[in-house]
Write a protein that binds this ligand. Structure first.
Ligand SMILES: *Cc1c(COP(=O)(O)O)cnc(C)c1O
Length: 400
């Protein structure tokens, strides 16, 4: 049996230096075990994780119902091709459909792939050769050529030109700009209901509804990228449910399998017909393990009342962080919806992240100045306060 041995962080880092392509900036810490909102490194240090799995571990590390479902499934059937039927995939699609807008699912393995599917669907569905998609500055949709082009951030485009034709960008929140960009070749608008990577940007009142109206008027598909906001993160199943707007297409990944790799694109049965057999596929998409994990994650959120808990956590986070904003002038703005949290600073956040790690709290900084917290929705109130105490101390220092 292949095993892992208890080596030091330094030994693992040496393996990476020799054998792993260095396309990520990594902290020099090797993590070996996780449970709920805690993770341990190879030296036995315990960290409180306010950014578990980059948003994927919405139920904490190794949530027991997901672990059990996967352990049961892995010994029965790991994967079969999509030329056969399997009950887990059917049940997973039903569970997602019933909690969203009653559509049908296409399964794949990552957020980029789910958005890639949505982009292809938008072109196929338009039927008249329309191909342009409006996306938003500061958005993030993935790293494949189409999705990185959809990602309207020049820093991710450098050196990759020519990009894929057909994407036009509007400022997030600016309906007039969107109106001006729509022409006879436009087939869709693609947007994150709350921009995640862009710094936890909550849309202005009426923006998403305005996009819905524009799509209805011009016959465009409204695509919501809920890869980061979906599956309970904001205290509702999907972020769109806060805004009283229903998309035509929704993409999910990150937390959708409770920490395993998996992704989905959902759409109405009528639009789904445009994804004709043979036009799109994913070998591992909807595999038995991802499907069982996906259903287990949804059921765990329900049986442990975690949507309500996430709303409660969000309210407490908001209160604690607003108190900090009163005290620490480096905090410009606090943005919170459920357990999706952005703390905008007036200074670069890199030093604050490092100071938190030194105190055994894991957080993230995005867009240079926004501290981003994507804690697990089953974080306890005690853990919330412990982490906020650390953040408070760190931000007190940053001000000097
Ligand atoms: C992370 C993310 C993606 C990309 O997902 P991958 O699984 O890394 O391909 C796409 N859209 C949003 C909103 C994301 O946060």
């Amino acid at each position: 049996m292949a095993t892992i041995t208890a080596t030091s962080s330094a030994e693992t880092i040496d393996l990476f230096n020799r054998y792993v392509i260095p396309n990520y900036k990594r902290y020099p810490i090797c993590l070996v075990r996780g449970e709920g909102s805690y993770v341990w490194d190879a030296e036995g240090n315990r960290y409180l994780d306010f950014f578990p799995g980059w948003g994927c571990n919405l139920l904490g590390h190794c949530p027991p119902p997901v672990v059990e479902a996967v352990q049961d499934q892995v010994a029965r059937l790991i994967h079969i091709p999509n030329t056969w039927y399997t009950e887990p995939q059917g049940l997973w699609a039903k569970a997602l459909s019933e909690r969203s807008f009653g559509g049908q699912a296409f399964f794949c393995n990552s957020g980029a792939e789910a958005n890639e599917a949505a982009i292809k669907l938008a072109r196929l569905h338009s039927q008249k050769g329309k191909y342009k998609i409006v996306t938003f500055l500061g958005g993030f949709h993935g790293r494949t050529m189409a999705t990185v082009t959809a990602t309207a951030q020049p820093k991710y485009h450098e050196g990759l030109e020519p990009l894929m034709p057909g994407f036009v960008y509007a400022p997030f929140g600016d309906l007039d700009a969107v109106r001006r960009l729509i022409d006879d070749e436009t087939c869709a608008i693609m947007v994150e209901p709350i921009q995640g990577e862009g710094g936890v940007q909550i849309p202005p009142q009426g923006f998403l509804k305005g996009l819905r109206e524009l799509c209805d008027k011009h016959g465009l598909l409204l695509i919501f990228d809920e890869v980061q906001t979906g599956c309970g993160r904001t205290g509702k199943w999907f972020a769109y449910q806060h805004f009283d707007v229903t998309p035509d297409v929704m993409t999910l990944a990150k937390a959708v399998c409770g920490g395993l790799a998996g992704a989905a694109m959902l759409t109405t049965p009528e639009i789904a017909k445009s994804l004709r057999p043979g036009m799109h596929a994913s070998t591992f998409g909807g595999n038995c393990l991802a499907a069982r994990a996906g259903v287990a994650a949804l059921e765990m959120i329900e049986s442990e009342n975690l949507l309500a808990h996430a709303q409660r956590l969000g309210a407490i986070f908001k209160k604690r962080l607003e108190e900090m904003r009163q005290k620490h002038h480096v905090i410009r703005e606090v943005r919170v919806l459920g357990v999706m949290i952005g703390v905008e600073l007036s200074i670069d956040g890199t030093a604050a992240v490092q100071a938190c790690i030194d105190r055994r709290l894991l957080i993230n900084c995005t867009h240079g100045t926004v501290l981003r917290l994507l804690p697990a929705m089953n974080l306890t109130e005690d853990q919330l306060h412990q982490g906020c105490d650390i953040l408070d101390a760190v931000l007190a220092e940053q001000g000097n």
